[in-house]
Design a protein around this ligand. Structure first.
Ligand code: BES
Ligand code: ZN
Length: 457
């Protein structure tokens, strides 16, 4: 109850208050001056070099959930939190991953010189039959002649689902798909529940040579997929807690988070070693700062697999904890030299306590921060539990997003410093001990005008 009243009061008060002033007004409001003094207690301690060095370390290798790379990062993050004096916990959880097993193909009883990979979701099995080329495998291209045969398909224009379903419906016994125009490699493809024929992928060059061979002769093909299936792996959340000053404890909890996992083929310097480094930095400077609020710094695993770590964390919270959680700040992709301006995203596109505090801190530090609507990161599970939350990110995104080029040399210390200052000042506005800050007009956040922005990503 208390939390809800607080959120509504601030979210509306800041916008509609008759005292509302433009963020670049010449004269600061009286409480803005005191806010600056408080801001300085934290932001003067923020060190962009220490964030940069942590990103360099974390982005030496990919940190895909459930891999050795993630585990190394997790151990490093845990030891950093501990070195600042935090009580730290590793929270393991299970993730499911596709293991492609072993696959093989042969043509006229000869093994080809090229490699093959099973589709994600393919059934295990071995089949032999005539090879038939069905182009892109649209419904109109696939006739009854595929019955009892192995379909050779070109990738493109239609979904994997449609292509396999079209040949499956006509009685094909297996699928070999070659890559689409302009695409390299032989690692692609999804098969779906009920598509009970083995499906494998080959390169475009390999596929085109088979098309040519079929023009000259009949080809008898074999496809086999063995030991493919879903396997369990372990990913982790890293949780560091700071208890409030025992005499000042107001019962509230604020969480600050980032995800430490990366995509499998990328070093994830910006996505999201940058957010982890900023989380560590805020933890470092808050460690010795007295607060009246419990602070939790959390780095999540398996964000890239569907926010798995943050959903797990949110599901382990008790009702009492959820009631006491007043704000979640998520930092994801906060250091790219090549991305746009800072923006705060909420899943419903509405302002909340976190965006109000972020906008207010931004106005004091470097200028207004706008807000917008987006999920796609670990603020979502907090939002779904009713906790005011927002994603701090730069948009439009850098071109290296989710690529092997998301490397340390693209990281801007200025951007890191700015985001850490804004989030740090916003967190401290709740956590500083001269409170309950949020209920005391003298120290309530300075009103800031900030706007909805639907700029492209
Ligand atoms: N850092 C991104 C989130 C993001 C991407 C925000 C693009 C804004 C624009 C995040 O790590 C990510 O890639 N998330 C996944 C979400 C998912 C797996 C549920 C995404 O957006 O594909
Ligand atoms: Zn991310």
């Amino acid at each position: 109850m208390y939390k809800k009243t607080l959120t509504v009061a601030l979210a509306t008060g800041l916008v509609l208050s008759p005292m509302s002033f433009s963020v670049d007004a010449a004269k600061p409001a009286p409480n803005e001056q005191s806010d600056h003094a408080f801001d300085n207690k934290v932001i003067k301690k923020i060190n962009a070099d220490s964030m940069y060095n942590n990103i360099a370390l974390l982005s030496k290798q990919p940190r895909a959930a459930g891999t050795e790379g993630e585990y190394k990062a997790v151990q490093y993050i845990k030891s950093e939190f501990e070195s600042y004096g935090y009580e730290t916990e590793l929270q393991p959880f299970t993730i499911q991953e596709w293991d492609g097993g072993t696959s093989a193909i042969s043509f006229n009883d000869e093994e080809p010189s090229f490699d093959v990979n099973s589709f994600e979701g393919s059934i295990n099995g071995s089949v032999t039959g005539p090879l038939v080329y069905v182009g892109l495998a649209s419904a109109s291209e696939v006739g009854d002649e595929v019955e009892g045969k192995i379909a050779l398909i070109e990738r493109g224009s239609y979904s994997f689902y449609e292509k396999i379903q079209n040949v499956y419906d006509k009685g094909a016994i297996g699928v070999i798909m070659f890559n689409g125009e302009g695409r390299s490699g032989n690692s692609f493809g999804y098969a779906y529940e009920g598509q009970d024929i083995p499906a494998v992928a080959i390169t475009r060059e390999a596929g085109l040579s088979l098309v040519e061979q079929l023009q000259n002769e009949d080809v008898q093909a074999s496809v086999s997929v063995t030991n493919a299936g879903v396997i369990d792996k372990t990913s982790y959340n890293v949780i560091a807690k700071k208890e409030p000053h025992p005499k000042k404890d107001n019962g509230q909890i604020v969480t600050v988070g980032a995800h430490h996992d990366s995509v499998p083929n990328g070093p994830g310097a910006n996505d999201d070693a940058s957010g982890v480094a900023a989380t560590l930095e805020l933890a470092r400077i808050m460690a010795k700062t007295p607060t009246d609020t419990e602070l939790r710094f959390v780095t999540f695993g398996a964000e890239e697999k569907g926010l798995v770590g943050s959903y797990h964390y949110a599901d382990t919270l008790t009702d009492e904890e959820i009631d006491n959680m007043v704000a979640h700040f998520q930092m994801d992709m906060v250091g790219s030299r090549d991305a746009g301006e800072l923006i705060m995203f909420t899943p419903d596109g509405n302002k909340n306590l976190v965006t109000d505090l972020g906008a207010s801190a931004g106005a004091r530090i470097s200028g207004a921060v706008d807000y917008g609507q987006l999920g796609r990161s670990d603020h979502v599970p907090f939002f779904l539990k009713g906790i005011p939350s927002a994603l701090f990110i730069h948009a439009p995104l850098e071109p290296w997003y989710h690529s092997p080029d998301d490397t340390i040399d693209k990281i801007s210390k200025e951007k890191l410093q700015n985001v850490a200052e804004i989030v740090g000042a916003a967190v401290y506005q709740i956590a500083r001990p001269d409170t309950p800050a949020l209920e005391n007009a003298r120290v309530a956040p300075s009103p800031a005008d900030y706007d909805f922005d639907d700029r492209p990503l």
